[in-house]
Design a protein around this ligand. Structure first.
Ligand code: URA
Ligand code: SF4
Length: 224
């Protein structure tokens, strides 16, 4: 916990978003929902995972990633010593699309303010997108098969695109990559914290990437 952060205000902000989402009628998806799924996680989460949309189990419980894809996400988190309670987990759209169809552009647009506000409140150091819909928000036009695992600094955070767990379940050949991509996260977080601390001391952003003598995996952290 960071003493300079007003966690009560963050909790209140997140609760307000959840309350708004539960009665939101800004797009068609509200018609089919049982429960909206605003997202969940601790107020001091450093890492924010963003999926696509609630599925059946999520719609029934109001909680993100509680079905099969959720189990795989939990398994992947375990590889880096984390549980779902350590991270914030949200989605691009908060209500389940009928028959789990892909969310439409107008639905994503209608819902984007909620995700935006969650990000502004939590200020996560690492944003990990799951699948192409959340990737598109941070890497417009990118192809997931090309950019998965390639982190980029965006402002004060690092964004890393990951495969969607449901995709991995359908394509188990992607599993080794998915594990490797997930395993980049702790080091990214550590390096970002260091870079931000250095920048705070210098009062400026360094013009060139900090040299990195002992980087073992070649993970990418663009400092631009
Ligand atoms: N898939 C998603 O993208 N989000 C969930 O919450 C569950 C499955
Ligand atoms: Fe509102 Fe988002 Fe649900 Fe659409 S998906 S009704 S915009 S909360």
């Amino acid at each position: 916990m960071d003493e300079t952060v007003d966690y009560a205000a963050i909790a209140a902000g997140l609760a307000e978003i959840a309350a708004e989402v539960s009665v939101c009628t800004a797009c068609e998806l509200h018609k089919g929902r049982t429960c909206a799924v605003p997202g969940e996680g601790p107020v001091n989460a450093d890492i924010f995972f963003i999926g696509e949309a609630p599925g059946r189990n999520e719609d029934e419980t109001g909680r993100p990633f509680v079905g099969q894809a959720g189990h795989l996400l939990e398994d992947l988190l375990e590889k880096i010593g984390l549980t779902r309670d350590d991270v914030f987990i949200g989605n691009v759209v908060k209500c389940r699309p009928p028959q789990n169809r892909d969310p439409r552009p107008e639905e994503i647009a209608a819902c984007s303010g909620y995700l935006q506000r969650q990000l502004e409140l939590l200020k996560p150091k690492v944003v990990a997108t799951l699948g192409r819909y959340s990737m598109e928000k941070f890497f417009p036009g990118a192809k997931i098969t090309k950019v998965h695992g390639k982190a980029e600094r965006q402002g004060k955070r690092v964004v890393i695109p990951l495969y969607h767990p449901a995709y991995i379940l359908r394509n188990m050949a992607a599993m080794p990559d998915a594990v490797r991509d997930m395993q980049r996260i702790p080091r990214l977080l550590e390096r970002l914290e260091q870079v931000l601390a250095d920048e705070a001391v210098q009062g400026i952003k360094p013009p060139v990437p900090t040299p990195e003598p002992e980087a073992p995996t070649g993970e990418q952290l663009s400092l631009l």
